[in-house]
Design a protein around this ligand. Structure first.
Ligand SMILES: O=C(O)[C@@H](CO)OP(=O)(O)O
Length: 237
């Protein structure tokens, strides 16, 4: 048996402003820092001993992992980062305000973009290195993706496509640790974790629309040797 803990990053600067975030590299807000520290305290209370950590290549998830593990006294464990754990790429919606988008395109359309399994957002036109929003410039497709073949870099993803690019990393790397009995923590994003949860919990394409993952609330799975879920627990204060 092994334990898998998934933590969505704490509130980001763009979560706080209600902007579509996706692959734009924003940082944690002050609230997000506190949420990550609280997640670390909850995990310390749980007593789970981790063997391996995974995160994305986006700053808000990396910051969260480090804050969690520092609070938890396990900052020393091995960690690996992969673009495959990034947030779903929100295409041309990135940087737009979610409420403004709902006014422009209607609540239903925006809900489909945000929560459906297979509706694609409007796509980006190219892989710009930076984006400027409200006068601030943020990293986007910069050198951290230098090793990713151009054809694999997304211009916009639904949850289905997100799952398709998360799964090779799950199958080839993370699941092997778990099958070997290691306890694993993954700090990632609302939608990359929804995709993984869909796979792990065998959630249907319809039911996945209703799954929300909160910032900074660790989800603890006990998995058997086939990586089937024995139990699931969400840690809250
Ligand atoms: O903006 C985003 O990238 C995601 C997660 O913060 O938003 P949503 O919850 O709308 O999928």
């Amino acid at each position: 048996m092994s334990k898998l803990v998934m933590v969505r990053h704490g509130q980001s600067e763009w979560n706080a402003k209600n902007l579509f975030n996706g692959w734009v590299d924003t940082k944690l807000s002050p609230v997000g820092v506190e949420q990550a520290q609280e997640a670390g305290q909850l995990l310390a209370e749980s007593g789970i001993q981790f063997d391996q950590a995974y995160t994305s290549v986006l700053t808000r998830a990396i910051q969260t992992l480090h804050l969690v593990l520092e609070e938890d006294g396990q900052l020393w464990i091995p960690e690996a980062k992969s673009w495959r754990l990034n947030e779903r790429n929100y295409g041309a919606l990135q940087g737009l305000n979610k409420a403004d988008a709902a006014e422009k395109w209607g609540d239903d359309q925006v809900h489909q973009w945000r929560r459906s399994y297979d509706v694609l957002p409007p796509l980006l036109e190219g892989h710009d290195e930076t984006v400027t929003v409200e006068g601030e410039t943020y990293a986007s497709f910069d050198r951290r993706y230098a090793d990713v073949p151009e054809g694999e870099l997304p211009l916009g993803e639904n949850l289905k496509v997100t799952l398709e690019r998360v799964l090779p990393y799950w199958n080839e790397t993370i699941s092997k640790d778990l099958a070997a009995g290691k306890n694993v923590i993954i700090a990632a994003h609302g939608n990359s974790l929804r995709a993984l949860a869909k796979h792990i919990e065998k959630i249907s394409d319809e039911d996945i629309m209703g799954l929300e993952i909160a910032n900074g609330q660790p989800i603890v799975y006990d998995l058997d040797e086939n990586l089937d879920v024995i139990s699931k627990d969400i840690l809250t204060k």
